[in-house]
Design a protein around this ligand. Structure first.
Ligand code: CAP
Ligand code: MG
Length: 411
């Protein structure tokens, strides 16, 4: 039996023919051995030599380890390792982030990044709306979008949800959304909620304010498109889906269905289970790239190092993956959410720039003056950041912002 080596150290990476993955590897073995174990398991090999592997298969389909720098291993997978079925994220994930996580040869391994060749990028359509399309629908060309998550997460009736949305819009917010645990519970049926919220949004529009609210349709894969179509028919202007719990296939079913004509807001609840450990799991970055490929219009990327979810990536890599022009798709609207309040807005905008949607749930509903005042406080904070005026200075003439800064402080 031939003993094939997957090591091609020092050879140049070939971004036109290969999917290039960066893995952070923790192991007691020599790093070359651990890297070979990954390449073998994820492409043409297994734990032992096998009689059925010939040089033709190995040379055309075997993964290549092109570099090992410290604990960072670069592996290239030939484009031919991936399905000819157009745009299959499940199969891509099985290759680049599959069995390797369980390999005994590795104490820990984390997929940090992935780059796809043109031949695979071309299989995907990217967002229909993206950040520009959402801005166009809201008539908000430049300022950061400013939103809320209806709180409490669960418990409000359709009428109280709609009232919350109306108050948030009256306070100046451009966006609101269902929380990730709300879909179609008895206390707030999705049809009644969608209809009531649509009426609130119509009322706001008649008063001159454009706003969208994302209705959460996260459900079984065989029902999600049907539910989204219904929700759209009941008046939803935006739809929300959880990419981790529903899967990339579900997001893609929504984004590629010609009958769905509203933007798709992508939540990522559960991602912390595999993104939080810096040595094991999958970083958010590959997932962000895949969400853009499958056509999410807006995506949660965390709060760039401030806010309650600060265990997640604090750098700008996910923001850049949403907005960068290195892929042939429209930019995705990056959403900063999680423990946000008006006192954090300036710092977020300083880190993100203007192309961002900033959201606060507790930071709106927890305002001592109620939801409308909370929304005003957030809107004023975004206006101040947009104008480059420090929040406490702007607060001298903006009462709701002043109250919020007193309540929660500022960064
Ligand atoms: C924010 C939020 C978001 C998380 C997750 C929540 O509410 O609705 O789901 O921030 O976002 O329930 O926590 P608050 P991400 O504004 O009240 O914190 O995945 O980007 O971290
Ligand atoms: Mg939430």
């Amino acid at each position: 039996m031939e003993n094939y080596s997957y090591l091609h150290l020092g050879e140049p990476e070939d971004p036109d023919r290969y999917v290039i993955c960066k893995y952070r590897v923790t192991t007691d073995l020599p790093m070359e051995k651990a890297a070979e174990a990954i390449a073998a398991e994820q492409s043409t090999g297994t734990w032992t030599g096998i009689s059925t592997l010939d040089s033709g298969i190995f040379e055309s389909l075997g993964a290549r380890i092109t570099s090992i720098e410290g604990d960072m291993v670069t592996a290239e997978f030939p484009a031919e390792d991936f399905s000819i079925e157009v745009g299959s994220v499940p199969q891509i994930l099985s290759v680049i982030s599959g069995n390797l996580f369980g390999l005994g040869a590795l104490k820990a391994v984390r997929l940090e990044d992935v780059t796809f060749p043109k031949s695979i990028l071309e299989q995907f359509k990217g967002p229909k709306f993206g950040s520009e399309g959402i801005r166009r629908l809201l008539d908000r060309p430049e300022k950061p979008l400013v939103g809320t998550i209806v709180k409490p997460k669960i418990g409000l009736s359709p009428e109280r949800t709609a009232e919350y949305v109306y108050e948030a819009g009256a306070g100046g917010l451009t966006n609101s959304k269902d929380d990730e645990t709300l879909v179609d519970q008895a206390f707030c049926p999705i049809q009644d909620r969608t209809v009531a919220v649509a009426e609130a949004l119509d009322r706001l529009e008649a008063e001159g304010h454009k706003m969208m609210h994302a209705i959460n349709v996260s459900t079984r894969g065989d029902r999600i498109v049907e539910l989204a179509e219904k929700v759209q028919g009941w008046g939803a202007r935006e739809i929300m889906v959880d990419v981790i719990t529903c899967g990339f296939g579900a997001v893609q079913a929504l984004t590629e269905d010609p009958s769905i004509k509203v933007p798709i807001h992508v939540h990522r609840t559960m991602h912390g289970a595999f993104t939080k450990d810096p040595f094991h799991g999958v970083a958010m970055l590959p997932l962000t790239k895949l969400v853009r490929m499958v056509g999410g219009d807006a995506l949660h990327i965390g709060t760039l190092g401030v806010g309650k979810m600060s265990g997640a990536a604090a750098d700008n890599s996910n923001l850049e993956a949403c907005l960068g022009d290195d892929v042939p798709y429209k930019p995705v609207m990056p959403v900063c959410s999680g423990g946000v309040h008006p006192g954090l807005v300036a710092e977020i905008v300083k880190r993100s720039g203007m192309d961002v949607q900033i959201q606060a749930g507790g930071g709106v509903a927890g305002h001592p003056g109620g939801v409308r005042a909370g929304a005003m406080g957030m809107s004023q904070a975004v206006d101040a950041a947009f104008l480059g005026i420090p929040a406490d200075e702007y607060a001298k003439d903006h009462q709701e912002l002043a109250v919020a800064l007193r309540e929660w402080g500022s960064k």
